[in-house]
Design a protein around this ligand. Structure first.
Ligand code: UDP
Length: 239
């Protein structure tokens, strides 16, 4: 596999073409942003840590039969991934109230939800990722009915895998964001794409409640890199 031109640079990752039109290299940066880019900085080694964490989680999810874009982790900061067309909808799965849900609905942070809640946000920096409904997704053709059904089903199954996995290592999986894409080689197939890491999850230590995720950066709590390292260590991954 030969790495070729840069195709896209996002806030936390860069995508490169390869000599295979259906495969890309996904490179993890140390850059961190919050509040739609209003706050920015770097977290030392974040790219390396998120690459490790996301690779492991995607592999666990693939084992239960959910297709993922990850082919393999190539090195410290890079993954080989299947090329996809990203569905322009961010899927948030919540097990406890926190963040925007607590703010919007006045539910105290940490409140256990009686069942997982799935929310959809339009991927749009200009509009600040507004909360949308399944009807919006349908009428504006952001995804088909069938795709939305698949996304909901996959998200619940991913949640079962992730909740169990994190509970085993003493971490509450509070909430997280998922992205799905259509394979460029087979657009009828939806796969889990992007990343799952402490950048996109809320992870709280079960004993102490300590935040082990990007809220440490968003809320200036300090010890950001150490928190990501702690997740890597608990997951038994080698940095
Ligand atoms: N999230 C994300 N990217 C976004 C928005 C949210 O990864 O653009 C994640 C966030 O890290 C959290 C979950 O989705 O784990 C729910 O975020 P929320 O809606 O509470 O928004 P926030 O409080 O992070 O602005």
């Amino acid at each position: 596999m030969e790495k070729r031109d840069q195709l896209y640079e996002g806030k936390a990752k860069v995508l490169f073409a390869t000599d295979d039109e259906n495969l890309l290299v996904q490179y993890f940066k140390d850059d961190a942003t919050a509040f739609n880019g209003v706050k920015s900085g770097t977290i030392a080694d974040k790219g390396v840590l998120n690459n490790l964490i996301s690779s492991r989680l995607m592999a666990l999810i693939e084992i239960v039969g959910i297709p993922v874009h990850l082919v393999k982790r190539l090195n410290d900061r890079e993954q080989l991934v299947r090329r996809v067309e990203i569905v322009p909808v961010e899927v948030v799965v919540r097990n406890r109230a926190a963040g925007s849900m607590s703010k919007r609905l006045g539910i105290p942070e940490g409140t256990v939800l009686p069942r997982p809640v799935i929310e959809f946000y339009l991927k749009s920096d200009e509009l600040d990722d507004p909360l949308i409904t399944v009807d919006h997704i349908d009428v504006f053709n952001w995804a088909s009915h069938d795709e939305v059904d698949q996304i909901i089903e996959m998200s619940h199954r991913i949640n079962d895998v992730m909740m169990g996995y994190y509970a085993n290592i003493g971490i509450h999986l509070v909430d997280y964001k998922l992205e799905f894409g259509r394979l460029s080689s087979d657009p009828d197939t939806l796969v889990l794409a992007d990343e799952i890491s402490p950048d996109s999850c809320r992870l709280w230590d079960m004993e102490t409640g300590k935040k082990l995720d990007k809220d440490r950066f968003r809320r200036d709590l300090g010890g950001v890199e150490e928190a990501y390292q702690e997740v890597v260590a608990r997951m038994g991954l080698q940095n």
